[in-house]
Design a protein around this ligand. Sequence first.
Ligand code: ADP
Ligand code: MG
Length: 588
Amino acid sequence: MDIIHLLPDSVANQIAAGEVIQRPASCLKELVENSLDAGATRVQVIVRDAGRTLLQVIDDGMGMSEMDARLAFERHATSKIREAQDLFSLRTMGFRGEALASICAVAQVEMTTRRKEDETGTLIEIHGSDVVRQEPCACPVGTNIKVSNLFFNVPVRRKFLKTDQTELRNLLNEFYHIVLVYPKVSFTFVHNDEILLELPVGTEKQRIEAVFGNPKKNVYTSAFVEVKTETEMVGIRGFVIKPENATRKAEQYFFVNGRYMRHPYFQKAVQTAYSGMLTADYQPSYFICFDIEPEAIDVNIHPTKTEIKFADEQTIFQILMASVREALGKFTLAPTIDFDTPNNIDIPLPVDAPVSRPQVTVDPTYNPFHTRGTIYPDRPQKNWESLYEPFSTPQETEIPNIEHTPIWQYGGKYIFVSTEEGLLMVNQHRAHAAVLYAQFMEQLTQTRGAMQQLLFPEVLLLAQDEMVLIGQLLPDLKTIGFDLEQLSPDSYSIQGVPAQLAQQSPIPVLQHILAQVRERGADTQREWREQIALTLAQNAAIPYGKNLSEIEMRDLLTRLVALPQYRRTADGKTIVSLLTDDELNKRF
Ligand code: ADP
Ligand code: MG
């Protein structure tokens, strides 16, 4: 008996949908891209419950004929390419003819559409690939597509959706990727009847301001300088942040031919251009568009992938770096770059640097009842051996009492303690950060933090995705001691801060927290609490260069060794290291 048969379209479409439509944000992207491909000048996005119950996109584009309205939902039905050759001169966002077929396989879709030349429009309703209604209707020119109850027939997908706040942030981020390169199209974004974004037609700079800043004040974009370079191979234009305005919270956007892309190698080029100009762990914000012949890039990328391959990445790397340097006014100081001889400067090769989550490591060898020596007779006893890096072999000697042992500070950075087994070196900033991290975690999970009222409240301006994010973190930020109150749809006032942070200006600290949570993709309460505690600890810990008294040093060490895990920080950095007598003697 033959056992092979063709899958019904509805099943094939549902399988394909698994790849194209992974979450509400991917559905939104496909719908808005279709509107832009249809030449729309105005696009409205209406969302309910972060896209779970409704995702609606209304455009004033070219619309569809009665026949096309039906065909559009077939798989591999597209008006954008006819033959393979067309793939190499692509100027539209879509071309696979997969999106609508995928969406209608996993949702209930209702669409009305009309072309300028038609008197009546068409209404079509499809539930899970089945056409339940198609009829003429009266409607404006353009297309209005309503996607309800996404994944109604795929419970597994529905279950894998994250919290509404996270999905809404995903929707907004996907929306930013598109609206930033289409300043000549007006957009609105409405969530649960609230207008989150209203973007009028304007210049690219005005669009950036409207998304991330405040169009009335123009404070955001005044922190940027323009980049503009034309070469035979590529055109590069956009905006890069002035080094003095960089923060830890960077907006980094690359676009190629009107499409958002991620490109870690080119990101390195921008970063290299800033080298020596940024404070440690500050990141440059940038909005950079590449214009390039479509043949020079690989277009056949997967719709959900945002990495794009270029034909000659090394040369573009150099052009990009030089353009950014020039824009930063540093060109005259940097070595001149000769584009005809590649590799005349040190350029890293493309790498996909994985981002790793900080890990809280547990020290399995720790034994609080180990009694080989004492630090302070009246405190929990702990042997110094467990402080040593694992590669140092501890010897069977008595551990000195550090109360009477020499201790001193070196270079404003390290605390040195002379022990019988050698020289113990402790990084002062990390030691304090580890102590504070434990304290903040405890306050977040068990007690509460003490709050210090600010004399002058400060205002924190935020983009819409950050407003959503801060809403999610708000209860924990309050527990830890921030007194925050929403001022307007895009700002919070800061009236109090955790007592440990009283010396810091609160805005960069909060921005750092948001950046950290966002970068690490911390999506569960446990994960974002760890990020909050870690960031606060790093900001509040005694800095390098601070002179410590002997009492302060001993106190810090005592608090450090009382932690269950104190060799490394929560994000895996070394706190203590031992230079043994043997290692020392070898040097002489
Ligand atoms: P693709 O965009 O890859 O061609 P889609 O499944 O997204 O595939 O859309 C199928 C076709 O439906 C498009 O090629 C286009 O002709 C038509 N279409 C979809 N959305 C719109 C719209 N908003 N306005 C006009 N035509 C549209
Ligand atoms: Mg499409």
